[in-house]
Design a protein around this ligand. Structure first.
Ligand code: PMP
Length: 459
């Protein structure tokens, strides 16, 4: 017997613990849709209402929903070999094929791949490999990991501790030891009170300061998203990562690029860091790797790191790290097909073209409450302000959340990022011009509305 929509909603309230929600609000019945179908950039909920997904679920639905090719590949692989692990040197064919393909599309030298189930695990792996690299090279005191204040790297303990955003970390102490943070390259609201380009990218210099404070002999790695996602779609200036790379090289510190959002065409290139012309030592990837069709992540390892790990003697010669689902053959086969589609349909180029179009349309709307539009490709952020001339924060930073709710009512899903006045836009890369027009129309109206009709203060 099939359950009705109302029964499903009641069971959801009773049994499902949702991520990132006030649990009491959910139990009382938040008006959040339960999705049942997706095609391209369009979703349909359990009540039959349609939405344009302007956030690609969690920045990840790069090839769009409902691609039969992926279902077919998954079905074939499940029938042939549903699972076999990579532990102890065993193998399976899709994992081998996917690793080889990733080595082809990665920045030069990143030709070794460790598979995970998602982004947090990829970052845990990158961090552990960075520490292991120094152990293997006879510098076991290099343990510190330096990250950025507005970074988001995941919710497992290492990834959460690497995360700079207090909202993500709070209430979960004690954190893992030997993690530090430096200010982000947030030019629109410079944490150092400077202005680009006169600043000389002083925020990159903060890395050197931190390394010297800690002692280079104690520092393992620096980790950063090429563009902060959850932290506000913050895009560093062109000189930033070249300076970071130089500093890392000067002090023997590894550079980990967290490409969990930026990878796989979202910013227009295979990997976001390519925009800065820099080659990291380790890359964490997930999300767009499978466009979310199945959970899979990866750590890409540079040859020079691999060489140290691969020495036959000494502590750590046995690489003691692995998740049950590392190299899951069905997820790997699906990711491979996803990458084939991204390449064949040139979806990176499309991200650039549609990102430009979306930005232009937003500018043309001349919305008096939009202070900054930033990002690359189809990874965009719109910062809402009281006055674009001064960048003054809105009186109520939650305006973005109100706008998000109003957009949803009007059939467009956007996402407000902390502190509440930054709207993220990251639709599937297959989004059409008509859909972009609609996204802009709905968002523009919603933003004006929420500024001009602030909700009555709660009593
Ligand atoms: N890194 C970044 C940059 C992310 O945006 C995310 C997820 N939003 C993660 C890591 C964590 O990935 P996951 O949720 O798959 O563990």
């Amino acid at each position: 017997m099939q359950r009705s929509a109302e029964e499903i909603k009641a069971l959801d309230r009773r049994h499902v613990l949702h991520p990132n929600v006030v649990l009491a609000d959910h139990a009382r019945g938040l008006p959040m849709p339960i999705m049942v179908e997706g095609q391209g950039a369009v979703l349909r909920d359990i009540d039959g209402k349609e939405y344009i997904d302007a956030i690609g679920a969690l920045w990840l639905a790069n090839i769009g929903y409902g691609r039969k090719e992926l279902a077919e590949v998954a079905r074939r692989q499940m029938e042939k070999l549903s699972f076999w692990s990579l532990f102890w040197g065993y193998g399976n064919v899709p994992a081998v094929e996917l690793a080889a393909r990733l080595a082809e599309i990665a920045p030069p030298g990143l030709s070794h791949v460790f598979f995970t189930s998602g982004g947090s695990e990829a970052n845990e792996t990158s961090i552990k490999i960075a520490r292991l690299y120094h152990v293997r090279r006879g510098e076991p005191s290099r343990r510190h990991i330096i990250g950025l204040a507005r970074a988001y790297h995941g919710v497992s303990y290492g990834a959460m501790t690497a995360t700079g955003l207090e909202t993500v970390r709070q209430n979960y102490e004690p954190y893992v030891g030997a993690f530090d943070h430096i200010p982000s390259a947030y030019c629109y609201r410079c944490p150092l009170g400077k202005a680009y380009p006169a600043c000389g990218v002083a925020c990159a210099g903060e890395l050197e300061r931190k390394i010297l404070d800690l002692g280079p002999q104690n520092v393992a790695a620096f980790i950063a998203e090429p563009i902060h996602g959850v932290g506000g779609v913050i895009t560093p200036p062109p000189e930033y990562f070249p300076r970071i790379r130089e500093i890392c090289d000067r002090y023997g510190v590894l550079f980990i690029a967290d490409e969990v959002i930026c990878g796989f065409g979202r910013t227009g290139t295979w990997f976001g860091i390519e925009h800065w012309g820099v080659v990291p030592d380790l890359i964490s990837a997930a999300k767009g790797l499978s466009s979310g069709y199945l959970p899979i992540g990866a750590t890409l390892v540079h040859d020079r790191v691999y060489e140290a790990l691969g020495q036959p003697e000494g502590p750590g010669a046995y690489f003691n790290h692995g998740f049950t689902y590392s190299g899951h053959p069905v997820a790997a086969a699906v990711a491979l097909e996803n990458i084939r589609i991204l390449a064949e349909e040139r979806l990176g180029e499309r991200a650039v073209e549609m990102g430009r179009y979306l930005t232009e349309r937003l500018r043309r709307a001349e919305n008096p409450y939009i202070g900054d539009i930033r990002g690359k490709g189809l990874m965009l952020g719109v910062e809402l302000v009281a006055d674009p001339a001064t960048g003054e924060m809105p009186a109520d930073p939650n305006v973005g959340r109100y706008a998000e709710a109003r957009c949803r009512e009007h059939g467009v899903i956007v996402r407000a990022l902390a502190p509440g006045n930054i709207i993220a836009l990251s639709p599937p890369l297959v989004v059409t011009r008509e859909q972009v027009d609609r996204i802009v129309e709905v968002l523009d109206e919603a933003v004006r509305y929420v500024f001009e009709h602030p909700p009555a203060p709660a009593r």
